[in-house]
Ligand binder design. Structure first.
Ligand code: FES
Length: 86
């Protein structure tokens, strides 16, 4: 089991290893719109655990994202803990 932590409040949501983080981020209050990596609404800062997320998708690269700034609709968590803010 992996975890997404919202850095401002410490609120934590469990996510299964290798699963998308979208639902957990939505519960933590991250806004979503297109869910296809196009609009940029779901942009998050990855404060800790960048290495625990899947590689950047082409959509994220096209949007100028990097290891510490990701599109939550595009990421899966491999395992471990990822701390985010938005
Ligand atoms: S919701 Fe549009 S880029 Fe993620």
């Amino acid at each position: 089991m992996a975890k997404i932590i919202f850095s401002d409040t410490g609120r934590t949501i469990n996510v299964k290893n290798e699963e998308p983080i979208k639902d957990a981020c939505e519960k933590l209050g991250v806004p979503f719109s297109c869910t296809e990596g196009i609009c940029g609404t779901c942009m998050i800062d990855v404060v800790e655990g960048q290495e625990n997320l899947s590689e950047l998708t082409q959509e994220e690269k096209d949007m100028g994202m990097n290891k510490t700034r990701r599109l939550a609709c595009q990421c899966k968590i491999k395992s471990g803990v990822v701390k985010i803010k938005y």
